[in-house]
Design a protein around this ligand. Structure first.
Ligand SMILES: Cc1cc2nc3c(=O)[nH]c(=O)nc-3n(C[C@H](O)[C@H](O)[C@H](O)COP(=O)(O)OP(=O)(O)OC[C@H]3O[C@@H](n4cnc5c(N)ncnc54)[C@H](O)[C@@H]3O)c2cc1C
Length: 169
């Protein structure tokens, strides 16, 4: 059996490139880890996506880091759209969930490249400022890599239908 379960409502499933586009567009998501006393720990965090991986920066210690050191299995959720339709008692949603393994990056040149990737993602085209920021901050920053093993995107049936209608006209 596949380690990851299939979506029940397959019509609402996004194509892989659409899920990736959401990961490239959003600026934060929620990482779910096995936290203290095995309670799931879902923690919001900024990230950058590149080639099947997500990268994060963090303080050197804390609940999140302890959880990662204890168990590398994680999931990450990004909400692309949350458009509440009160009169319909529903939400026109679009979201992505990734499952994978998280690792603390130890290699210095890899840490530097990831810090640059993150910095550029949030403040592009400021190479000199970023260089200074990394030089002063990298030694007390933890860099985390999330290798995506399974990625799905899903949207509300209404969004799926309106997209289908647009494409067929
Ligand atoms: C949009 C967004 C982007 C963020 N980006 C980053 C980032 O890039 N890097 C980063 O390290 N952090 C980021 N944070 C902060 C992040 O959510 C955590 O607060 C932080 O990483 C510390 O986590 P910790 O487990 O080490 O905290 P700890 O202080 O060790 O956690 C102890 C307890 O504090 C509570 N707690 C911790 N964080 C939160 C929280 N955010 N909200 C409510 N309760 C909390 C929980 O009960 C947790 O068990 C971001 C938060 C938001 C909302």
């Amino acid at each position: 059996m596949n380690e990851f379960r299939e979506m029940r409502r397959k019509r609402q499933m996004l194509a892989e490139e659409e899920s990736i586009a959401i990961l490239q567009k959003a600026t934060s998501g929620t990482m779910a880890l096995l936290g203290d006393n095995d309670y799931p720990y879902a923690v919001p965090i900024s990230y950058v996506y590149q080639e099947g991986r997500l990268y994060f920066h963090s303080a050197m210690e804390g609940h999140k880091v302890d959880a990662i050191r204890k168990c590398s299995k994680a999931s990450f959720c990004v909400i692309d759209q949350d458009d509440v339709k009160p009169e319909k008692y529903t939400t026109f949603f679009r979201s992505v969930i990734a499952f994978g393994r998280v690792h603390i990056v130890e290699n210095d040149s890899e840490r530097f490249e990831i810090a640059r990737l993150l910095g550029n993602r949030y403040n592009p085209n400021h190479d000199e400022d970023l260089q200074k920021e990394i030089e002063s901050g990298l030694s007390h920053m933890l860099v985390i890599r999330f290798d995506i093993e399974h990625l799905t995107g899903k949207e509300a049936i209404e969004l799926m239908k309106s997209r289908h209608n647009r494409n067929s006209t």
